[in-house]
Design a protein around this ligand. Structure first.
Ligand SMILES: C[S@@+](CC[C@H](N)C(=O)[O-])C[C@H]1O[C@@H](n2cnc3c(N)ncnc32)[C@H](O)[C@@H]1O
Length: 207
């Protein structure tokens, strides 16, 4: 779906993915020291806003201006200190250029054809500070046959192994596994990847 199609999906509706943060984001972020986060394909900001309320400074990127307008409206009722930690960025995540400034990079439920997904993953990897954590979560390829919900086009779904292969040797894989969510009508299957950039000075000696 292009940006105009996403705009149409978001138009005239309340929060398409709800206001509550994703449970796995909560699980992961609460184990980390707060810092700077980059939320790629942030949608209406449920995870970015939650992170900001926990003290993270967040840049939230999406190519749907309708989604970002709604996100900043939701955030408007948060305390000023929370709002000041949030920046909404209107951009295509496959072409985003960032400095390696982030302690945490999120990419949740972004489903693109493999080449575009790999471009987005490369941008995510480049945005990480030494020691930074990348978290990618999305609908698993097995969801079509055995799960519930999510896109029904196999080409844009993935497995944890696909994600690990996308990052190659650029990061250390911490977790690559299936996750299961109880939803209306059954169990949804997600693919989760957590990976970290090496700390400064610990790059292997390639001399
Ligand atoms: C299923 S929603 C997920 C939103 C959010 N991550 C969440 O979990 O609530 C997918 C989002 O990806 C955004 N998106 C898709 N392709 C994109 C691209 N190339 N660049 C930026 N955003 C994109 C859409 O606008 C949409 O908001």
């Amino acid at each position: 779906m292009d940006a105009a199609e996403w705009d149409r999906k978001y138009e005239g509706r309340e929060l398409v993915y709800g206001e509550a943060p994703n449970a796995t984001v909560v699980e992961v972020a609460t184990t980390l020291k707060r810092g700077r986060a980059l939320d790629l394909a942030a949608g209406q900001g449920r995870n970015a806003i939650w992170l900001a309320t926990r003290g993270w400074t967040v840049d939230a990127v999406d190519f749907s201006s309708v989604a970002l307008t709604k996100a900043s409206r939701v955030a408007a009722s948060a305390p000023r200190s929370v709002r000041e930690r949030l920046t909404w960025v209107h951009a295509d995540v496959t072409q985003l250029s960032t400095e390696p400034n982030y302690d945490l990079v999120l990419m949740l439920y972004l489903h693109l054809p493999p080449e575009e997904r790999q471009a987005a993953v490369s941008r995510a990897v480049s945005a990480l500070k030494p020691d930074g954590i990348l978290m990618i979560l999305g609908h698993h390829a097995a969801n079509i046959e055995s799960g519930v919900g999510g896109p029904q086009e196999a080409e844009i779904l993935y497995t944890p192994e696909d994600l690990a292969s996308d990052i190659g040797t650029r990061l250390t894989v911490l977790t690559a596994e299936n996750r299961y969510r109880d939803v209306t009508g059954g169990t949804a299957i997600d693919a989760l990847l957590l990976a970290s950039r090496s700390p400064l000075g610990s790059e292997p000696d390639r001399g």
